[in-house]
Design a protein around this ligand. Structure first.
Ligand code: HEC
Length: 136
């Protein structure tokens, strides 16, 4: 009985948790694009706190990115297969999160060349996902 109650609680939390939708993802994408611009201007003005603010914004947006409800619930097998490259997208998302911290560390050490390199690698990851998910 206790177990059953626990399962009910777990199930209802899952149901009540706000689902992540395509609209949420578009919003996070725009957040990430703006974060990248902030980081870039931090490089140009050689301003650590600007870089830091951009990295914070980028990490928080990227940590929300996940396959949206619409794709997870896709019924059509082929569309599901095309959409649900979950493994790949999770890997890319993790990669972006890690590299954004690299930017900050390098920049703090005064190594702006390495910081820019980490930035460029992130950009490559953004484009990789776009290419693979949308054939952009
Ligand atoms: C997990 C895969 C994935 C990653 C990683 C990713 N994107 Fe996207 N991005 C998408 C998809 C899919 C779309 C298309 C929007 C949709 O239909 O959900 C998109 C759309 C966009 C758009 C257009 C949003 C709009 O208003 O239509 C921008 C801007 C964008 N991404 C920026 C970025 C930036 C910057 C990064 C890296 C920091 C990034 N994306 C990383 C999957 C990804």
């Amino acid at each position: 009985m206790k177990k059953f109650l626990l399962m009910l609680v777990v199930a209802s939390t899952i149901v009540m948790a706000k689902p992540y939708t395509v609209a949420d993802r578009i919003q996070d994408m725009n957040e990430m694009a703006s974060a990248m611009n902030i980081i870039q201007s931090g490089f140009f003005y050689n301003n650590y706190s600007t870089v830091e603010a951009g990295v914070a914004k980028l990490s928080s947006a990227v940590s929300r990115v996940q396959p949206p409800l619409e794709e997870v619930q896709e019924q059509d097998m082929l569309a599901r297969y095309m959409n649900q490259k979950i493994q790949m997208s999770n890997k890319i998302v993790k990669n972006i999160g890690r590299r954004s911290l690299d930017i900050l560390e390098r920049f703090k050490d005064g190594d702006s060349t390495q910081a820019v390199q980490a930035y460029t690698k992130i950009m490559g990851q953004c484009l990789k996902c776009h290419r693979e998910m949308r054939n952009w």
